[in-house]
Design a protein around this ligand. Structure first.
Ligand SMILES: CC(C)(COP(=O)(O)OP(=O)(O)OC[C@H]1O[C@@H](n2cnc3c(N)ncnc32)[C@H](O)[C@@H]1OP(=O)(O)O)[C@@H](O)C(=O)NCCC(=O)NCCS
Length: 171
């Protein structure tokens, strides 16, 4: 399994991976397209898993903001992650997330936020975000699915406020 940065040549296959993983719906595949076209896209945080020249998994992390009064902090949001149904539960999602977190750390993105399965992400260090003074109002979600991962010690002590997802998430 080759875990690497997505290239333009992968776009069609990445669309298919998201389409298939999310039960033959195109919402997430289109979300990926909109994020790629936005200023919040970070090319090295669009990561694919390739097996025998076939893209079987994809992870996208992109920039967002946490706002508190007049202060704005740049953070990263993880969405979406997708592994082709035939390749799920073989550790591919795990490899993509570990690679994504490593790259974030290297680029000094120290807080990763997401909305996701409360049983899947804690094993990667994600914790309920509201416990740490982070808020999400754009989506009405239960506390346990709004999660944060702190990649630098004490980062959660200094960054609090409302997570604002960019427009690409709403079109
Ligand atoms: C979620 C998804 C990306 C996981 O990818 P994957 O390659 O199947 O996951 P992995 O094999 O790396 O699993 C890693 C661990 O999570 C567990 N796991 C996998 N899918 C899970 C799920 N949906 N809920 C809870 N735990 C899950 C695995 O058992 C494994 O546990 P272990 O490390 O203790 O053995 C994949 O199932 C998928 O594409 N699902 C459809 C799209 C989706 O729901 N995306 C996430 C939106 S939040």
């Amino acid at each position: 399994m080759n875990i690497r940065t997505e290239t333009k040549e992968d776009y069609i296959q990445v669309y298919d991976v998201n389409f298939m993983a999310f039960g033959d719906r195109e919402d997430e595949a289109r979300l990926v397209e909109r994020i790629r076209e936005s200023q919040y896209f970070v090319p090295q945080l669009s990561i694919v898993a390739e097996n025998d020249n076939e893209i079987v998994g994809h992870l996208l992390m992109s920039k967002a903001k946490v706002v508190e009064g007049n202060s704005k902090h740049e953070v990263v949001v993880l969405a979406p992650i997708a592994v082709k149904p035939d390749f799920q539960k073989q550790g591919i999602g795990k490899q993509l997330i570990f690679e994504g977190l490593k790259r974030c750390k290297e680029s000094n993105y120290n807080l990763i936020l997401l909305i996701g399965h409360p049983t899947y992400y804690p094993k990667f260090g994600f914790k309920p975000a509201r416990t740490y003074g982070l808020e999400l109002k754009q989506f009405q979600v239960p506390d346990e699915v709004f999660m944060v991962c702190e990649l630098k010690k004490n980062e959660l002590c200094s960054i609090k406020g409302e997570l604002i997802y960019p427009e690409a998430f709403f079109e």
